[in-house]
Design a binder for this molecule. Structure first.
Ligand code: PBG
Ligand code: ZN
Length: 327
């Protein structure tokens, strides 16, 4: 192969129009899924302490905000619910009058052109903050899966477009797929949080969803951050169980995993830029230590370049505005 001075890699970087021609990764608004938090009450729009620009919304306010999201051209939201009452078995999660079920119905009644994805887990609904039902300090797998199926079906009944289980119990994708099919929802896709790490980056989310575990942590079901091969096993087993879209979470510190899972599965891949990733960029931006907008866009392009087809990000609305402005 020819070398310098025949070869000059800078030739393609002098002219901005040439740079546009050879750019490999294009970020668009169609890539974004915006996470939102529903709380009980009315007229509530409360900023989350550790996530500036992200709010807890009562359902009426959530509907208003969803209209803005759709008007910006963002195709999808993912909903998390904080119920009025939490209990040992997370009853609100699978109640047809639960916070999320009511939120879905309200959005579907009033907002056009917006996909409603719902997070399926129990940790926002249990008094102990764990992702499943407990026996002592053990999170019971199979008993939890039964409740997750009920939760998923009740979301679909309320009108959810896509179901996204985030619990990391074994066998839940197959069970949820069967539950949906048996209840007439064979065309509702399952977006599996297939590769979810036991990460420190979820800290601010636990402020937002008031879902920090009362004791212990999530290491008995979420993945060890040191493991990569296991991510492939997790992803392949969810594909076998019927997952339609595979998620890797978090995103920024796991770009290698995004690439490996994409290459190994060839499945549509979602990456979740989580609360801690958002909070760090926001905090450094507020201090004036980084150019926040630039780092925001760079972080998103990097996730897409790694192999993500879609990105769950708290930056969705801000980034959409930047993309519109730079068109
Ligand atoms: C619920 C769930 C969590 C997140 C998404 N779904 C919290 C957790 O697993 O502790 C984290 C999202 C974020 O940090 O932005 N299981
Ligand atoms: Zn959980």
């Amino acid at each position: 192969m020819a070398d310098f001075p025949i070869k000059r890699l800078r030739r393609l970087r002098y002219n901005p129009l040439v740079r546009d021609l050879v750019r490999e990764t294009l970020l668009t608004k169609n890539d974004f899924i915006y996470p939102m938090f529903a709380v009980p009450g009315t007229g509530i729009r409360k900023e989350i302490r550790s996530m500036p620009g992200v709010f807890n919304f009562s359902i009426d306010e959530l509907v208003k905000e969803c209209k803005e999201v759709a008007a910006l051209g963002i195709p999808a939201v993912i909903l998390f619910g904080i119920p009025e009452h939490k209990d040992e078995v997370g009853s609100d999660a699978y109640s047809d009058e639960g916070i999320i079920q009511r939120a879905i119905r309200a959005i579907k009644a009033e907002v056009k052109n917006l996909l409603v994805i719902t997070d399926v887990c129990l940790c926002e609904y249990t008094s102990h903050g764990h992702c499943g039902v407990l026996n002592g300090e053990e999170i019971l797998n199979d008993e939890t899966v039964d409740l997750l199926v009920k939760e998923a079906v009740s979301h679909a009944k309320a009108g959810a477009d896509v179901i996204a289980p985030s619990d990391m119990m074994d066998g839940r994708i197959g069970a949820i797929r069967k539950g949906l099919d048996d209840n007439g929802f064979k065309n509702i896709p399952v977006l599996s949080y297939a590769v979810k790490y036991a990460s420190g980056y979820y800290g601010p989310f636990r402020d937002a969803a008031d879902s920090a575990p009362a004791f212990g942590d999530r290491r008995s079901h979420q993945m060890d951050v040191a493991n990569g091969d296991e991510a492939i096993r997790e992803a392949l087993s969810d594909v076998e169980e019927g997952a339609d879209i595979i998620m890797v979470k978090p995103a920024g510190a796991y770009l290698d995993i995004i690439r490996r899972v994409k290459d190994a599965t060839g499945m549509p891949l979602a990456a979740y830029q989580v609360s801690g990733e958002y909070a760090m960029i926001k905090a450094a931006g507020k201090l004036g230590w980084i150019d926040e907008e630039r780092v925001m866009m760079e972080s998103l392009v990097a996730i897409k370049r790694a192999g993500a087809d879609m990105i769950l990000t708290y930056f969705a609305m801000e980034a959409a505005k930047v993309l519109d402005r730079n068109k």
